[in-house]
Structure formats: C-alpha cells, structure tokens
Design a protein around this ligand. Structure first.
Ligand code: NAD
Length: 253
C-alpha cells in the first residue's frame, strides 16, 4: 500500500462504529495496517470487512478499554498480529446518562469516567511502553468540545473529556524526548450513532445542535478521521500536546 501511513501499524479503540470506524478506514486507506479494538464484536468485524473490501489490512481485537488486563492484551495482540505499534487512536467512548450535577448517579459517574479517563490512561500506559521500545510513535486521544467548554447535564462526560486533554498534555511532555507525540481531537457534534439521530431526521433537537456550529451543519465521522490521520502522520511532526477542535467553529464563539 502507498500513502502517508504506509508501513505503519495503527490501533483504533472504539473502531466498531462512528468516528473510530471512519478513522480506521482512513488510516488503512493511507497504507497503515489497522488493529480495530472495541467491545462490539459485530461492528468491529464489519469495520475490518469494509477496510479489506477497500484493499486495506485490518484485524479485530475484542477489548473493554476500562479493563486493565484487556487493554494490556489488546496491545500484545496488536504486536502479535503486525509486529509493531506506530500509532494509536484512543477513541472509545459513551455519552452516559443525561442528568445535572445534582442528579448524576454514582453508577453513571463511574461508568463514564472509567471508559474515558481510566480507559485513555490505560491505553496510553501500554501503548507508550511499546513505542518506547521502538523509539517513537504518535497517539491521538478523543476528547470533545466538552473537553474545552462546559455542557449542561453531562458532568461526568464533561469532566472526563477535560481530563483527557490534561492526560494528553502530561504524556506529551513526558515522552516528547522519546519521539512520541501525543495529541487530542475535540469533535463538535458529529453524526454518529452516539447522537441517536437517523440521517434523514429533521427534529427540533437536531436543528438546535446544528445551529451551534458556525459552519451551519453537524460534522461527519470522516472529517474527524482525516484530522486523526494527519495528527498521526509525519506531516504533524512538530505538533504535540495539542487539543485540535474539529467542530465547525463551535468553540470559536
Ligand atoms: P459511537 O457510539 O458511534 O462509537 C463509540 C464506540 O466506542 C462504539 O463502537 C462502542 O462500542 C465503543 N465503546 C464504548 N465503550 C467501550 C469500551 N468500554 N471499550 C471499548 N469500546 C467501547 O460514537 P462516536 O460518536 O463515534 O464516539 C467516538 C468518540 O468520539 C467517543 O469518545 C465520543 O465521546 C467522542 N465524541 C463524539 C461526538 C459526537 O458528536 N458523536 C462529539 C465529541 C466527541
């Protein structure tokens, strides 16, 4: 395969759907061999099928990113399949329940923060160990516009997405001299199953969300995927510790 990711091995968590699937497909299109990790087996196999149908290489590894042993095994499996790990997109996530700070339950707090904050930390913990052995690598973590500004009725989501930006910066400065770059992407509202809209839906809520973006529309998973490929690639060689908004201008006002 030719392309800006030729010869590289990339790991994508949350690769069974939405942004993760789009990023996995774009990384494969650019020549990377891709390890698709997710809890959702059927979706993961579909992502691998889509990549192979387009002429790329991918393998699925069932993983719950909030479980330390599974994350360690995920990285070991990536190495067992493809012999190395150059890039990782730590993207698995859930919205959790919509409730105010007062009404947020402990169960929801733990579930959301375990997947986002603990999950991204665990992924980096094992990915970076391997990248240090290889002498470099590039990591992108999925934060959100909710990592840059507050949103109502999602305290655990907002806190964990802000935390992902902090974790990203901490790891970026820890491992910069080891050739490992660590950045995050902060998507605006992106049309994926997480938002729960049908593509053709024209509801009041969708219109309200759309209006929040100066570009006048919601984003596509592919638009986030392209930013991820770029941050993973050598084209972004002097960029580390950055939180890149891919948000149609949402946080600009
Ligand atoms: P999605 O629901 O389409 O995909 C999320 C994927 O993560 C699913 O395949 C799901 O199975 C997987 N996942 C969930 N928990 C997991 C776990 N514990 N271990 C492994 N995999 C797990 O949603 P999406 O919109 O593609 O979301 C991807 C990321 O983007 C999330 O981190 C989300 O918070 C973030 N994000 C999404 C939007 C948006 O508007 N869609 C905006 C900002 C940020």
């Amino acid at each position: 395969m030719t392309g800006i990711m030729a010869g590289k091995v990339a790991l994508v968590t949350g690769g069974s759907s939405g942004i993760g699937r789009a990023a996995a497909s774009a990384l494969a299109r650019e020549g990377a061999r891709v390890v698709v990790a997710d809890m959702n087996v059927e979706g993961g196999k579909n992502t691998v099928h889509l990549i192979e149908k387009a002429g790329g290489q991918a393998v699925f590894v069932k993983t719950d990113v909030s479980k330390p042993a599974e994350v360690e095994q995920m990285v070991n499996n990536a190495i067992a399949h493809y012999g190395r790990l150059d890039c990782a997109f730590n993207n698995a996530g859930i919205l959790g329940d919509m409730a105010t700070t007062v009404d947020c339950t402990e169960e929801n707090w733990d579930r959301v923060t375990n997947i986002h904050l603990k999950g991204v930390w665990l992924c980096m913990k094992y990915e970076i160990q391997r990248m240090l052995q290889q002498g470099g690598g590039a990591i992108v973590n999925t934060s959100s516009i909710a990592g840059l500004v507050g949103l109502k009725t999602a305290p655990a989501y907002v806190a964990s997405k802000h935390g992902i930006i902090g974790l990203t910066k901490a790891a970026a400065i820890e491992y910069a001299r080891s050739g490992i770059r660590v950045n995050s992407v902060c998507p605006g509202y992106i049309e994926t199953p997480m938002l729960g809209f049908q593509p053709s839906e024209d509801s009041a809520l969708k219109k309200k969300m759309t209006a929040l973006h100066p570009l006048g529309r919601l984003g596509t998973p592919e638009e986030v995927g392209e930013a991820v490929v770029w941050l993973c690639s050598d084209a972004a060689s002097f960029i580390t510790g950055h939180a890149l908004a891919v948000d149609g201008g949402y946080v600009a006002h």
